[in-house]
Design a protein around this ligand. Structure first.
Ligand code: ARG
Length: 469
């Protein structure tokens, strides 16, 4: 499509008031067709709905509308077959298609643009396209949630250390940890579903900014395109891009969740943790170190999160000081959204593919969970059970931990005598209380890590996923 010749005045769609050609560099700078042709099918759908409505309103004759629609269908077939010729000098997807229509059906093609502008057209295309993509992402999120639930079932019973400050805190069921991600991705899905309410509104017929003098029916074109309703204010309809910002914000949050997951997979598969091993299919080797298996996929997901945040920031910045209504700055709205969608979709797919193939080293994670005083809170709780106020119990256990550190032991390694030398209250039943399984299952509060609670979480998640199908 490269073209370094100036655009001839007569080949432009808006040439009437101009006497000179457009500078070649300006043409290349101004054109958006390389980016917005991704919305070609939505552009055609919008035009077909518009022509249908114009005929119903008596603004076009039925015969005219039929010819226009047949011409558009012809163009659609060429685009789908990959033989449509996109021209840079025609600037964007809208004018490429309109010019092709006129070339195919003659001057009648020029009637299609009655009662609309590229300003309502581009907002319509973008919303339709983003709706389609959002629905795909919603499906990918639902799929990932299902993967977390089935992995949680597969690994039920595996115990791992839970961390705060990346210091061992309390033991968790591995499944409980997986289900925390299920919750995050459920909210991500909900966020996108909710955004559809605001996305699925039709700008078509808003015209350049002020509406039109033709007796159009905006409800009808909205309905033909599957929108819930027409936008209520024509100026807002062509000025606003908050639907794209909302998408980018939701995508950023979802990438942040994927990035945290990736980070944990990277940590857990390191030699120091060794809780899991990642599948060969989703790791790569080193060209120099023969022993290496690197978590590149997880690292790249973590890394690509940055660009999605960047796109959100970029569009917020593009929009921040724009006066109403359309400004050419707004042509910058699509690339970042397109890249964010590509990035989020592939990251969701790869995460869904990789997770079920992870091997869990239950021994090693259980061993790690049983160390570093992850049962210290439980010893304090035990003492509370024997009548000690929690603050005092906390202090006593702190002293026992200091003693253990000096001896290089864990709490459960102490003898009853050693414990009683610090506090007489402690009895032989303490060893049962300090066992990992006891510690995990003690946390049977709603949403806690006890096996019973985790089972309930799995059941609830399965019901939610079934309801969706
Ligand atoms: N290519 C333009 C965009 O993406 C379409 C709208 C142009 N409207 C205008 N009045 N120049 O924003």
């Amino acid at each position: 499509m490269a073209n370094n010749k100036p655009t001839k005045k007569e080949s432009r769609m808006w040439g009437g008031r101009f006497s000179e050609d457009t500078d070649a560099l300006v043409q290349a700078f101004n054109a958006s067709v390389e980016v917005d042709k991704i919305m070609a099918l939505e552009d055609i759908a919008g035009s077909i709905a518009h022509a249908t409505m114009l005929a119903e309103q008596g603004i076009l004759t039925n015969v005219e509308a039929e010819e226009i629609i047949a011409g558009l269908a012809d163009i659609r077939a060429d685009i789908l077959a990959g033989v449509f010729e996109w021209k840079l000098e025609l600037e964007d997807v809208h004018m490429n298609i309109e010019r092709a229509l006129t070339e195919r059906i003659g001057p009648l093609g020029g009637k299609l643009h009655t009662a609309r502008s590229r300003n309502d057209q581009v907002a319509t295309d973008f919303r339709l396209w983003l709706k389609k993509e959002s629905l795909e992402i919603i499906n990918l999120l639902a799929n990932l949630r299902a993967v977390f639930v089935s992995s949680a079932e597969t690994h039920l019973g595996v115990i791992m250390p839970g961390y705060t400050h990346l210091q061992v805190a309390q033991p968790l069921l591995f499944s409980h940890h997986l289900l925390a991600y299920y919750e995050m991705f459920s909210r991500d899905q909900e966020r996108l579903e909710d955004s559809l309410k605001r996305l699925n509104i039709s700008p078509l017929g808003a015209g350049a900014l002020a509406g039109t003098g033709f007796p159009i029916n905006r409800k009808r074109s909205a309905e033909l395109l599957g929108f819930d309703r027409p936008a209520d204010n024509s100026l807002d309809a062509v000025s606003d891009r908050d639907f794209a910002l909302e998408f980018l914000a939701a995508a950023s949050i979802s990438m942040m969740h994927l990035s945290r997951l990736s980070e944990e997979l990277i940590l857990w598969s390191s030699q120091e943790f060794g809780f899991i091993s990642l599948p060969d299919s989703h790791t790569t080797g080193s060209s120099i170190m023969p022993q290496k298996k690197n978590p590149d996929v997880a690292e790249l997901i973590r890394g690509k999160t940055g660009r999605v945040y960047g796109h959100l920031m970029a569009l917020l910045t593009v929009m921040k000081a724009l006066p109403l209504a359309y400004n050419k700055d707004m042509q910058e709205d699509k690339e970042g959204v397109i890249d964010s969608i590509r990035t989020l979709k592939i990251s969701l797919r790869l995460s869904s593919d990789m997770l079920p193939k992870i091997k869990v080293n239950a021994e090693r994670s259980k061993h790690a969970a049983g160390r570093a005083f992850s049962n210290a809170t439980d010893l304090a709780d035990y003492l509370v059970g024997k009548g000690l106020p929690f603050r005092e119990a906390h202090e006593v256990v702190g002293r026992l931990v200091a003693y253990c550190l000096a001896q290089d032991k864990d709490l459960q390694d102490l003898t009853l005598g050693e414990m009683q030398s610090v506090l007489k209250l402690i009895e032989a039943d303490v060893f049962e209380a300090l066992k990992l399984e006891t510690v995990v299952n003690a946390r049977n509060s709603y949403g806690g890590t006890a096996l019973e609670q985790v089972r309930i979480q799995i059941e609830r998640a399965k019901e939610a996923l079934d309801l969706q199908e």
